[in-house]
Ligand binder design. Structure first.
Ligand code: TXA
Ligand code: MG
Length: 320
């Protein structure tokens, strides 16, 4: 890896977006803001560019990538859109919902994007300048979270700089991510939806929009190969459901559990999701052996927060 540091430019600047398009067309990598977390983007139709994502992140090759599109129409060029999928796009796009749909044959998506699966994960991000960038490129952007594999997802341009700044030329800055945790991922199956990763769009929202039942992801099948158990690992150990601090720990509070700092003093789960990775990072930077975290209610977006916390607390495996 070189010693160069990525430029950070605001995505609101048309000149910065034009520079990004130029880099992406040439097969390079650009970090982009989205409402969930920052992504490490490459042209999804360029096999060498997609290979560079895996190399920069140190990501295992069997973990497929999400393709970011500017509109439902752009998605329909690459995937088969069933009526239920169409309904979900109309209700939740642009926004933090990724749909896993049958990939159309003979479309120029690099094989490494799907890691050999016959489905493609598509998502239309909420930030308008990010969609403008995809529109200008006129190709889907493959983009995993812009962190070294297994590390905490980045919610600011500075987080990206700290993790990957020496491996990419440009980071587009869209300010702190509004949602703060990765998109909900849903598989659309015959007559049902399968929740592959919980996020801020919750199962009840999906059922309300479609009338379909939402099934849990089936752990016996490799439906989301990237969902390795230990995935969001800070350097410190993580102890969950903590109401008091033990010696040598830092305590991240929520609601009535005050802690050294709090995900949300008023107990607001959306605020907690937005702050989660920021505070895990801060706690990690304090250099303690263990980060203790207050209990988070298992409801609404709290389900997604607890999913990330359980992964952060899980024993580390070599692939994470
Ligand atoms: O919010 C997000 O989704 C962010 C931003 C950048 O858009 N992206 C993100 O990407 O979280 P990543 O690579 O960290 O997570 C993508 C997940 C992986 O767990 C992968 O297994 C799953 O999506 N995935 C991708 N393609 C899939 C497919 N065809 N079938 C099942 N799961 C898939
Ligand atoms: Mg990730």
């Amino acid at each position: 890896m070189g010693n160069t540091i990525a430029d950070i430019e605001t995505i609101d600047d048309a000149g910065a977006r034009a520079r990004a398009v130029k880099i992406l067309r040439a097969g390079g990598l650009v970090a982009i803001p989205t409402e969930t977390v920052y992504g490490l983007a490459a042209d999804a139709t360029n096999p060498a560019a997609v290979a560079a994502i895996y190399a920069a992140k140190g990501r295992p090759a069997h973990n497929p990538l999400i393709s970011h599109v500017a509109s439902p129409e752009m998605a329909a060029r690459y995937v088969t859109v069933s009526p239920a999928a169409r309904t979900l796009m109309e209700r939740f796009w642009p926004g933090p919902l990724t749909l896993v749909l049958p990939r159309r044959e003979d479309v120029p998506i690099a094989a490494a994007v799907t890691a050999g699966l016959d489905t493609l994960a598509v998502r239309c991000p909420a930030l308008e300048p990010t969609r403008q960038l995809i529109e200008a490129l006129d190709r889907p952007l493959a983009a995993p979270s812009a962190n070294p594999s297994g590390k905490l997802s980045p919610t600011t341009a500075k987080d990206v700089q700290a993790g990957l700044g020496d491996r990419i030329p440009l980071i587009l800055d869209g300010g702190p991510a509004r949602v703060g945790i990765e998109s909900t991922i849903v598989g659309v199956e015959d007559g049902a939806l399968r929740l592959l990763r919980p996020g801020s769009v919750v199962a009840d929202d999906l059922t309300a929009a479609t009338g379909l039942a939402v099934l849990d992801r089936d752990d016996s099948r490799i439906t989301a190969p990237g969902q390795l158990v230990s995935h969001y690992a800070p350097n410190a150990h993580v102890r969950l459901n903590a109401t008091t601090k033990h010696d040598g720990e830092i305590l991240i509070g929520f609601g009535t559990v005050k802690g050294d700092f709090s995900l949300s003093p008023k107990g607001d789960l959306e605020e907690a999701a937005r702050m989660l990775f920021t505070y895990l990072r801060q706690a990690d930077e304090a250099g303690v052996g263990t980060i203790a975290v207050a209990p988070i209610p298992e409801a609404g977006i709290g389900i997604a927060i607890n999913d990330r916390l359980r992964r952060a607390a899980a024993p580390r495996d070599s692939e994470a």
